[in-house]
Design a protein around this ligand. Structure first.
Ligand code: SF4
Length: 265
């Protein structure tokens, strides 16, 4: 049998660590933000975490992260790893989560949901819960989150019509992953960043309700997009829904059968 590699010999790029946070899942948690994301959301308020390499990110060992988390015990219930997109480090996170769970801590992932399910299974097995983003739907999602050439995060003046719902492997992977994770009791909350015009939010809520109405314990969080921290604040501003529009979407989600809903306006 091969000897496991010690935590001190496995390195990940760390963007930052927050010892205590109560907005990243249940209870007080240590939040770890890793560097790197395959998406390029125009509203990303942490765009410096998108490149795989960034001069401000430092390579740290899993032992360092483990020690930081254990320093916060007994004031935390667990750890949430975010990004960037944490699942791009899926192999490396397995031994960290395994070690922390042995200490009675819960391990969460804050993910866009765009990952390859099969190759991420070892990490899913040692993850207690996902905080799962629904980024959008259809071709507008391509413009909103997948245009990697748009490094400046410039909001285009012309958006692809939201009425087109083209199913391609890439754009629907998150839905497939959500459907697989729900029956395994792996989802704590599903988040929708509500932005106007890039996709039909009502259509998206209807689709989400088909999955979520059998899981009344899962929180559906509608987050009204904001422009602070985005690369093109001015360009994003016209796409911010009003508070009333956000509440109306939440009401619609309720009518569709989603039971646990909250809005962040
Ligand atoms: S998924 Fe989008 S919002 Fe999240 S880190 Fe990546 S680019 Fe930013």
């Amino acid at each position: 049998m091969t000897k496991p590699v010690p935590l001190s010999e496995i390195y990940v790029p760390l963007h930052r660590i927050i010892p205590f946070s109560n907005v990243e899942g249940q209870g007080n948690r240590t939040s770890i933000f890793l560097q790197g994301c395959k998406l390029n959301c125009l509203y990303c308020h942490n765009p410096e975490t998108i490149p795989r390499k960034n001069s401000e990110a430092k390579l740290v060992s899993l032992q360092y992260l483990y020690d930081q988390v254990m320093n916060a015990v007994p004031f935390i219930r667990g750890v949430t790893v975010s990004g960037g997109e944490p699942t791009i480090h899926h192999k490396k996170l397995v031994p960290l989560f395994t070690a922390l769970r042995q200490q009675g801590l819960t391990c969460y992932l804050d993910s866009s949901g765009f990952f390859d399910y099969d190759s991420t299974q070892s990490l899913i097995a040692v993850t207690d819960k996902f905080l799962f983003d629904l980024k959008g739907d259809g071709l507008g999602l391509q413009t909103l989150c997948f245009e990697r050439r748009n490094q400046q995060g410039k909001v285009p003046t012309q958006i692809i019509p939201t009425t087109q719902h083209i199913k391609t492997e890439n754009l629907t992977r998150n839905w497939q992953n959500l459907a697989k994770l729900l029956p395994h009791n792996k989802i704590e909350e599903v988040r929708l960043v509500f932005i106007k015009d890039f996709f039909d939010a009502y259509h998206l809520v209807e689709k989400a309700a088909l999955l979520l109405r059998d899981y009344p314990e899962v929180l559906f969080k509608i987050i009204r997009v904001h422009s602070k921290g985005a690369r093109d604040e001015t360009g994003l501003t016209p796409f911010i829904p009003t508070m009333e529009e956000t509440q109306a979407l939440a009401e619609f989600a309720k009518q569709c059968g989603i039971q646990k809903i909250t809005t962040i306006t």
